[in-house]
Design a protein around this ligand. Structure first.
Ligand code: SF4
Length: 361
């Protein structure tokens, strides 16, 4: 008998599932409320369902989630979570506090085929794509932990391990699940999907009414092709055309992520070329000083160089943000999370790793 994971079902998917069991459609809303609002996973406790239905659910639906095996807290407040999936593979999520937000960055794949040269995840090759329940599971489990701290995730970004648009079905299904009124009801405006530039799938971000971030990293075709092999297939010019379409369809700006690599992408002249390339697209530019990771051939620029780059973009009229270095080594651009906790950042305070009752293993 096949068992369906509840966390993989959007409301329309759940309605279809219930129809197969001969149940009424409104049961979907009841179940969503139990699971996402009240966090009840045992059908026996869903008391507004008949006894027979509860018994039937037990045999046909599972509420399995990944296992949270580690939880680290950085001195700057960033929290990092390691999840073990059923097949033993692992992915990470990172929770990043800022003045008004608590942003959760989640993974969509184990490894990644895009092979961006500066990215740690890209070195691991794609092992497999996550299912929707594994994506939703990261969110739910982190919220269960931070509930004890009386906190809630305010923003969700698909910038963890993997290229989200290489796993569209699960990613956009998980967005439908998490945004549903009867479920977690997170606003679509608070969700950002990041891509390295898979142009044929970018329309899905527009259709999902979420925000678009593009991992740009090059200031012209050659520099981007050097760092991101995808640029050889989908050029920077074509990517920017697609971004423009997004802004016209949604009225939103695109966020361009730009990693500063010492000597390669961090010069004032590069800032000028970058602005020249992107200025036709309503955008914000998020500059991210490179976080060095084990085995990386790139270096982080000096603070003075970073400041010069930042100021030049500002002087040219760009809306430019600089990502503070938070939970250093755990978060940058699209991807860059490690699946190896032994490479934990030097400034992480693992003594605090039992927050929410999750022990470091
Ligand atoms: S930066 Fe993103 S798309 Fe590129 S290899 Fe890393 S995870 Fe993949």
């Amino acid at each position: 008998m096949s068992v369906t994971n509840f966390y993989s079902l959007s409301v329309p998917g759940l309605k279809e599932f219930l129809q197969g069991l001969g149940k009424e459609q409104f049961r979907a809303q009841q179940l969503y409320k139990w699971v996402y609002e009240k966090r009840v996973q045992d059908p026996e406790q869903m008391l507004n369902l008949s006894k027979d239905f509860r018994a039937e659910l037990k045999g046909k639906v599972s509420f399995d989630l990944p296992a949270m095996t580690q939880h680290l807290k950085s001195l700057d407040g960033t929290q990092k979570f390691l999840f073990q999936l059923k097949d033993g593979l692992t992915v990470e999520s990172v929770l990043i506090p800022s003045e008004e937000r608590l942003t959760l960055c989640i993974s969509s794949e184990v490894g990644c085929n895009m092979a961006c040269k500066f990215c740690y995840t890209g070195k691991q090759k794609l092992k497999r794509r996550l299912t929707a329940d594994e994506i939703v599971g990261q969110f739910i489990l982190v919220e269960d932990v931070i509930k004890a701290q009386e906190q809630k995730v305010s923003n969700l970004v698909f910038m963890g391990m993997g290229e989200p648009l290489d796993n569209c079905e699960a990613v956009f299904n998980s967005i439908e699940i998490l945004t549903n009124d009867f479920g977690r009801n997170i606003s679509r405006r608070k969700i950002t999907v990041s891509t390295s530039g898979l142009i044929p799938e970018m329309w899905r971000v527009t259709a999902s009414r979420t925000r678009l971030a593009v991992s740009l990293n090059g200031y012209d075709e050659a520099s981007r092709s050097e760092l991101m092999p995808i640029n050889k297939k989908y050029s920077l010019a074509a990517l920017l055309d697609e971004c423009l379409k997004y802004t016209q369809a949604t009225g939103d700006r695109v966020t361009f992520e730009y990693v500063l690599l010492k000597g390669l992408t961090d010069q004032v002249e590069h800032a000028r070329q970058l602005w020249q390339a992107v200025r036709r697209v309503p955008c914000k530019i998020n500059i991210i000083p490179f976080n060095e990771h084990p085995g990386s051939i790139y270096e982080r620029p000096s603070d003075a160089t970073i400041e010069r780059f930042h100021s030049e973009l500002g002087r040219l009229g760009a809306h430019v943000l600089m990502r503070r270095t938070m939970g250093r080594d755990i978060f940058a651009a699209c991807g860059q999370l490690t699946s190896e906790f032994e490479n934990k950042p030097r400034n992480m305070d693992i003594s605090n790793s039992k927050i929410g009752g999750v022990a470091r293993v």
